[in-house]
Ligand binder design. Sequence first.
Ligand SMILES: NC(=O)c1ccc[n+]([C@@H]2O[C@H](COP(=O)([O-])OP(=O)(O)OC[C@H]3O[C@@H](n4cnc5c(N)ncnc54)[C@H](OP(=O)(O)O)[C@@H]3O)[C@@H](O)[C@H]2O)c1
Length: 253
Amino acid sequence: MALNPRIASWDGRRVWVLGASSGIGAETAALLLARGARVAVSARSAEALQQRFDGKTLVAPADVTDAEGLRAAAQQVAEAWGGIDLTLNFAGTYQEMRPWRMDLEAVRRIVELNLTGSFNLLAALQPHLVRGAGLGLVASVAGYGGLPNSLAYGATKAALINLAQSLWLDYRARGVAIYLVNPGFVETPLTAKNRFPMPFIIPAAEAARRTLAGLERGAFEIHYPQRFSRLLKLLNLLPQGLYFRCVRSFTGA
Ligand SMILES: NC(=O)c1ccc[n+]([C@@H]2O[C@H](COP(=O)([O-])OP(=O)(O)OC[C@H]3O[C@@H](n4cnc5c(N)ncnc54)[C@H](OP(=O)(O)O)[C@@H]3O)[C@@H](O)[C@H]2O)c1
């Protein structure tokens, strides 16, 4: 059963993509354009957005950690189009971190961007989340359960999963679609710095295709690659002791 309305065509649909200057967000914005959507792109780097999308999209540079700036960007996009049909927030970051090497400043930055950024976006979108509109939050399969070396990142992604579920429940009666995107490993600048093996990693263009396919079929949770996300879902159904044992043996932790 589809938990959101299906999207039969992207033609003319007004989609705002945040975190669109690189990685999955950039590929998703490019694919949306190719499918005929009207696309607005945001990230901090105006230059990167312009280099990739100038002339084809509405470029609205914004920092999701700046609530006021984000509100102005949302206003700019909504005024240019007369409304926003769908907003997708890919802005996020990852940093490996063990508790005994905790960098509290980095923890704050990760929470501020990955989690508070989504609340800032929610606040900025309040006037625009009307019946028929939609919002997609991008968490991660790392949010399903605790993983080693994922101190701050995993916690923010778990919180985003909870937030998206809560939003779906609250917005259902108001006719606003809420989507949760949980990628596994994807080849992007974010993962290029990882020194550990990344099982089942897929190219960013493939992640974009799977994201749009999930939106089109009206899924609430869009997770990929499924051979990895389903395995992690299964592990999280196990009793804690067994879960820890499996994760330790898979990760060598
Ligand atoms: N790659 C993976 O394996 C993977 C797996 C699971 C989940 N994810 C999630 O997917 C999302 C996209 O990841 P990615 O791998 O595509 O990363 P990426 O290539 O590093 O892209 C991140 C995007 O976010 C933007 N951004 C960063 N800080 C921002 C801020 N304060 N305000 C606005 N935009 C900001 C960046 O542009 P600027 O620097 O110009 O602002 C860039 O456009 C993230 O939420 C990530 O956690 C990724």
